[in-house]
Design a protein around this ligand. Structure first.
Ligand code: ACO
Length: 323
């Protein structure tokens, strides 16, 4: 018997404010055509006055709990991936714990920027297979609209806000690739590239700062590193490209998504794509895409999923799981 972290529920939350590309044309030297052609993004959701990272994370967690048929006190831990927690501390995860009315267990944030959800899944998996938690809510939630420089056309048109969540549960498996649950993980970072993508604020500056990105440099790293990490995780899981039902990639840019799928030898008909509607929601993008893909009937019971993401750090990784 092998203990596996199996998905029991999924949910998401998107703020009600939808901003189409054309809205940026009023204030920036940009166009709907440029944004679509270079990124694949058509629209994104931005937080309203009522939305914070912890409120959106709570809504996504509630939805995932409902899908799982569980209540907050059935949960042992909350692992929340975010780079835009409401406050420097406490963690957004403890705020979610309180908002859910969960009075036991433990909660903490994981910060690996756009790779955050993959890092959070790997950590939750480790908690479960080591017997430290039986049920974990893994959340990705971001309000990147709060760290945008609205005069910088090379970044502010690319990002969006939202949250997605999975409920993972310890279940016995046979120890084979036919098991449900997380089959393998792969995590990487290389701090030498930290200047390619960062926020120019924090406790050292006394400001919360704005996102700065050398997009074309990040792009150069992305396809190669994403395909390599996915390949490593797939080898650890003992699966090949023809066995994959869905790639659920980090949704930063349709050209990165297409280039990575091609390098992995997998057709775009097996890729869940939401970048056109959500933009880049950083750590929220993969759970949002999983939730949308599940709700629209793409992801079915027993399907083999490969997630992959890269972001600031650089940090990148992949998780292979069977639904
Ligand atoms: N509208 C019009 N023109 C623009 C815009 C815009 N919104 N933004 C940039 N341009 C211009 C640039 O100024 C440049 O003009 P120039 O040639 O006169 O200097 C030109 O378009 C080309 O710019 P590039 O940056 O080379 O364009 P590129 O094709 O690389 O696309 C993009 C830019 C979309 C940012 C792309 O590089 C990308 O997606 N990079 C990766 C982003 C990513 O994956 N980030 C990691 C995750 S994010 C995270 O971790 C938080």
């Amino acid at each position: 018997m092998t203990l596996r972290a199996v998905v029991r529920g999924v949910g998401h939350y998107l703020p009600s404010r939808v901003v189409e590309n054309a809205e940026f044309e009023a204030t920036l030297d940009t166009s709907d055509e440029w944004i679509r052609a270079r990124s694949g993004i058509e629209r994104r959701h931005f937080a309203t006055e009522d939305d914070t990272t912890s409120s959106m994370a709570t809504a996504a967690a509630r939805s995932a709990l409902e899908d799982a048929g569980l209540g907050p006190d059935d949960i042992d831990a909350i692992v929340l991936a975010t780079s835009t927690a409401d406050l420097t501390f406490p963690s957004a995860a403890t705020m979610v714990q309180d908002k859910l009315g969960m009075t036991r267990g433990f909660a903490f944030d994981v910060q690996a920027v756009c790779a955050g959800f993959v890092y959070a899944l790997a950590n939750a998996n480790a908690l479960i297979v080591s017997g430290q938690a039986k049920r974990v809510i893994v959340i990705g939630a971001e309000t990147f609209s709060k760290i945008m420089d609205w005069t910088d056309r090379s970044t502010c048109v690319l990002f969006g806000d939202g949250a997605g969540a999975l409920v993972l549960e310890a279940q016995d498996g046979a120890g084979t690739k036919a098991d449900r649950g997380i089959l393998a993980t792969d995590l990487n970072s290389d701090g030498r590239h930290r200047d390619l993508l960062y926020v120019d604020g924090g406790v050292s500056t006394g400001t919360s700062g704005y996102l700065r990105m050398q997009g074309n440099q990040v792009f150069r790293h992305a396809v190669e590193k994403l395909a390599a990490t996915a390949q490593t995780a797939m080898e650890r899981a003992g699966v090949t490209a023809d066995e994959v039902d869905w790639i659920v990639p980090h949704q930063a840019n349709i050209r990165i998504i297409q280039g990575t799928a091609k390098k992995m030898g997998i057709g775009m008909d097996k890729v869940v794509v939401t970048v056109q509607d959500h933009g880049n929601t950083s750590a929220a993008s993969i759970p949002l895409a999983i939730s949308v893909g599940r709700k629209n009937g793409q992801i079915k019971d027993g399907d083999l999923l490969v997630t992959e993401a890269i972001g600031g750090g650089l940090a990148w990784g992949s998780v292979v799981l069977r639904w």
